[in-house]
Design a protein around this ligand. Structure first.
Ligand SMILES: [Zn+2]
Length: 158
């Protein structure tokens, strides 16, 4: 009983001190206060966005795979919502394709190690090819075709 009384006394004293501390005044430069407020705004906005009414249906960020030039591609989105980590996959067996580069600046071959066959030859180095695919993704996003692709993928997954 004595232990319980001691614990209660400690907790009430602690919560009282916490309450007083929370409402006590501190003297810091206003620039620091505003800096902290502005630093917290993005986090606050992300939290509050959940409670705002939003569109139902597919979101642009659901569009993360498609077929271009006879190859299946997947990607994610970067900080500025640009497609990143663009990767080619075999349309037959879904194995990640290997970029086989020509040492004399010829086309790059997308090769499937599982099927042991070349799936597609494309102009440029892998970085250039990924740029080509990023532009195709951007085209589908701008034209609105992406919604149909997302809905078709959702149906095929079910
Ligand atoms: Zn394959």
């Amino acid at each position: 009983m004595v232990v319980l009384m001691g614990t209660w006394s400690f907790l009430s004293s602690f919560s009282f001190k916490l309450w007083r501390y929370s409402w006590s005044r501190v003297s810091v430069p206003w620039v620091l206060v505003w800096l902290l407020i502005f630093a917290a705004l993005p986090t606050l906005w992300r939290f509050l966005k959940r409670f705002l009414p939003h569109e139902t249906g597919p979101k642009k960020t659901d569009y993360i795979s498609d077929s271009f030039f006879g190859v299946h591609w997947t990607w994610s989105y970067g900080w500025r919502d640009e497609p990143s980590d663009i990767a080619p996959f075999c349309p037959m067996c879904s194995t990640r394709l290997v970029y086989m580069m020509d040492p004399f600046d010829g086309p790059t071959v997308l090769h499937c190690e599982t099927c042991s066959r070349n799936i597609r030859k494309m102009k440029g180095k892998p970085h250039f090819i990924q740029g080509t695919i990023a532009r195709q993704i951007e085209r589908r996003l701008n034209s609105g075709e992406w919604k149909q692709v997302v809905e078709t993928d959702a149906i095929s997954v079910k």
